[in-house]
Design a protein around this ligand. Structure first.
Ligand SMILES: C[S@@+](CC[C@H](N)C(=O)[O-])C[C@H]1O[C@@H](n2cnc3c(N)ncnc32)[C@H](O)[C@@H]1O
Length: 203
């Protein structure tokens, strides 16, 4: 699986997009536009927008160019966590520096500065597919104290039941999630590399 150092290369990929080397209006469009792609629409409509409104404090891990962030903007407050601070400059420019966003640079799976018991909803899509299970576990451990009782978490990661992914590591993300006392319900899967599992964190 890609290392933390490998994941620092996304900054260059984003700069390549800015210079016209990647298709799409915004960085991330090259992986599909949730306003257009039906599969991504269902991710948005089932696992993101139902949990976001002006009363909610939300957190996104690995926002990149803001492909999913755009639907989190109505939140009362939004924390964006990324390994690459260059992504934040892109997002500030794209969305006009929204006043309800705090930007947090992680070293890999730490989430500094966010108050305990403050998050109603945490979301990540398109990021954990690039992380080792140890980092996914690290994020779940970092998130746990930050979540309010009854909060929701939507995590998308590689489907380790598929051979190419399972060959990389024998452990299952479900096992990792369970190890962090996160109860998971598999609500959907489709013929892509991902399985989406919304996970209510146990208080
Ligand atoms: C493939 S891009 C996906 C961006 C966005 N989630 C999307 O779907 O359009 C991966 C993003 O995850 C970020 N990233 C990579 N490793 C990370 C880590 N350990 N913690 C937080 N963000 C990370 C990258 O900087 C980049 O913004």
């Amino acid at each position: 699986m890609p290392t933390v150092e490998w994941n620092r290369l996304w900054s260059g990929d984003m700069l390549n997009h800015r210079e016209g080397g990647r298709r799409g209006r915004h960085y991330g469009d090259q992986w599909g536009d949730p306003d257009v792609d039906q599969g991504l629409q269902s991710v948005r409509d089932r696992f993101l927008t139902p949990f976001v409104d002006a009363s909610k404090t939300c957190l996104e891990i690995g926002p990149g160019g803001g492909r999913w962030t755009q639907y989190l903007l109505p939140a009362k407050h939004l924390y964006l966590v990324d390994l690459n601070p260059a992504m934040f400059a892109y997002i500030i420019e794209r969305f006009g520096a929204p006043r309800n966003i705090d930007y947090i640079v992680t070293h890999g799976s730490d989430i500094p500065l966010v108050p305990h018991h403050s998050i109603d909803f945490a979301f990540t899509c398109g990021t954990f597919v690039h992380l080792d299970l140890e980092l996914i576990g690290g994020y779940l451990a970092s998130l746990r104290p930050l979540m309010k009782a009854g909060a929701h978490l939507s995590v998308q990661f590689s489907d380790k039941h598929k051979k190419a992914s399972a060959d990389e590591t024998p452990a299952s993300p479900i096992t990792t999630l369970s190890a962090h006392r996160t109860s998971c319900v598999r609500l959907a899967s489709r013929s892509s590399q991902s399985t989406r599992v919304p996970c209510p964190i146990q208080p």
